[in-house]
Design a protein around this ligand. Structure first.
Ligand code: PMP
Length: 326
């Protein structure tokens, strides 16, 4: 779908996957005026195809659009675009365990203009790609790396937006994490260095021995994760207290040492929930759950949310958007 400042949104089309023409002076290539989303469509045993909370992605896309000075896209248009693409690609929605059709909506500024200002032209597109199971051979707890020097976002920056620039700044720390045997990098608040923000591509939860869940509050630096939001709801339904507040690395470390924090997990669309085995950093291992990972609550919340997505559990909150009926 194309957008122009004078004409609004127009010219929607579904086309076969392939290269797109791009002027070398397009704003997105120079100033990173770009935002994206990620969601999945699932095929249920009865043959129906559903998407998980697509209107939440539409809402978040518009929050990102405001921060990046891009045009907002009406929620109905976003959801309709998801439907039309999935309908065309229905045969590509896999049916195996943990398989899905990954959708990558994104918006780029494509005015050909070398000055630094918000572009007057943009394009919204969605790519669809079948996705296999994130974990093969069972869910494995991962090690994560505390990035002490390199930040992902700072106060007043674009941390809460889902824009390419945030991911560009997380690539080097992610390489460092990988070189240290870690699957993801943990970012802290650039000003305090101890207050936890999120992982490179996931939100973080800690679980206390009394069943309370703790997760960093939406502080303007972190993404308002849809998996995070869904898990807060499901945990609340079960009677767990959920604290959304500032959380520090020291609180995590001390809580594991004195037995008051018993589990940690990361969450996001791609892996749903990833149990965390340990947190490492420049000074060595900071937290180690050892044999205790993955924890019981981590795995049971994972089972519940994936059960809703794959249609083997009830969907009490109406999170599934039916695209192709049974
Ligand atoms: N934080 C970041 C930086 C992410 O890239 C993602 C993945 N979109 C998340 C959190 C989790 O968000 P969601 O649950 O909506 O996938």
């Amino acid at each position: 779908i194309a957008w122009t400042k004078d004409g609004g949104w127009h010219d929607a089309e579904v086309v076969p996957y392939g290269p797109i023409p791009m002027d070398p002076a397009s704003s997105v290539l120079h100033y990173g005026q770009e935002i994206f989303e990620g969601l999945k469509a699932y095929r249920h045993a009865d043959g129906s195809i559903v998407a998980f909370r697509p209107e939440e992605n539409a809402r978040r896309l518009n929050e990102s659009a405001r921060r990046l000075a891009l045009p907002e896209l009406p929620v109905e248009l976003f959801v309709r675009a998801v439907h039309e693409l999935v309908e065309v690609d229905a045969d590509w929605v896999p049916s195996g365990a943990d398989q899905s059709l990954y959708l990558r909506p994104f918006m780029i500024a494509d005015e050909s203009f070398l000055g630094v200002r918000a572009a007057h032209r943009a394009r919204f597109m969605i790519i669809a790609s079948p996705a296999g199971a994130y974990f093969t051979g069972g869910v494995k707890p991962v090690s994560i790396w505390l990035s002490s020097e390199l930040a992902r976002a700072g106060h007043g920056g674009t941390g809460a937006a889902k824009c390419g620039g945030n991911y560009a700044s997380s690539l080097l720390p992610t390489n460092i994490a990988a070189a240290n045997g870690c699957a993801q990098v943990l970012f802290t608040d650039s000003a305090t260095e101890d207050t936890i923000d999120e992982l490179g591509g996931m939100n973080l939860f800690l679980v206390r021995a009394d069943g309370t869940l703790i997760t960093p509050a939406l502080n303007g630096n972190i993404l308002d994760g849809i998996t995070r939001k869904s898990l807060i709801r499901l945990a609340g339904d079960r009677g767990h207290a959920v604290e959304e507040r500032a959380v520090t690395v020291s609180e995590w470390r001390d809580g594991v040492a004195d037995g008051s924090i018993v589990e940690a997990f990361a969450c996001g669309t791609a892996a749903v929930i990833t149990p965390i085995a340990r947190l490492k950093g420049e000074a060595g291992t900071i937290v180690d759950f050892g044999e205790a990972a993955p924890g019981a609550l981590t795995m049971s919340l994972r089972e519940e949310l994936t059960g809703i997505q794959f249609g083997v559990r009830e969907d009490p909150h109406g999170w599934l958007d039916v695209i192709v009926p049974a």
